[in-house]
Design a protein around this ligand. Sequence first.
Ligand SMILES: [Fe+2]
Ligand SMILES: [Fe+2]
Length: 265
Amino acid sequence: MRIAWATDIHLNFLQQKKREAFFDSISACNADAVFITGDIAEAPILKIHLEEMVSSVQKPIYFVLGNHDYYYGSISSVRSETLDYCEPHNNLNYLRGNKIIGLTKNTALVGHDGWGDGRLGSWEQTPVRLNDFRLIDELKDLEYRQLIDKLRELGDEAAVSIHGILAQALDAHEHVIFLTHVPPFKESCWYEGKVGNDDWLPFFTCKAVGDTLYQLMQNRPGSKLTVFCGHTHHEGIAKILPNLRVFTGSADYGAPHVQDVLEVD
Ligand SMILES: [Fe+2]
Ligand SMILES: [Fe+2]
């Protein structure tokens, strides 16, 4: 099975012609399916861009959402509206820790957005403040300490959602692929070929998800987990355990690209 993977495509930064050219570049991969690891657009136009992409590519698209997909909207309503929207579309699959997709005989797919959960690095000292904190309903108007608590809650929700379903997928398949937006480990939080520093780590890693993945894979040396993520816009590969690798994809606003074409058996 061939899969085209792209991340942080931020379609709202593109005119229609450029969006079409990007969709054509996906089609040119002759892949059987597409993975998108979040930051597809922004809340008010997310569904329009999903519709445009699926009707152009005409392949199953498996995706998670990123923080930008909630801009000018709310996390809870974008999530439930996106699930509802995908329901009748056979080729649009929003992964929310809610299902296991059998890709091949040996390989299954699970996904969840994740969230930068404020735990790694130094949330107390960092001067970094993301646009998330003023453009997403659940995060705006919070005092900084309340905001950190909310980020932790979002990370915990991701970890709890994926734990059972990942264990189930790993019990039934030799290899599981996990799609998420936010790098789950410090080692996977790439910036210009290095690990991001303590100012950026709080909002660019999801420790709660990382801890869950680590614990699951440490106890399953016979299984393999491959993670695909984005969010930092800088690429790299992190080998966390002999059976756990994380691929982080690169991105430039206004110039989305296919990060890789994966061969899955
Ligand atoms: Fe992004
Ligand atoms: Fe992001």
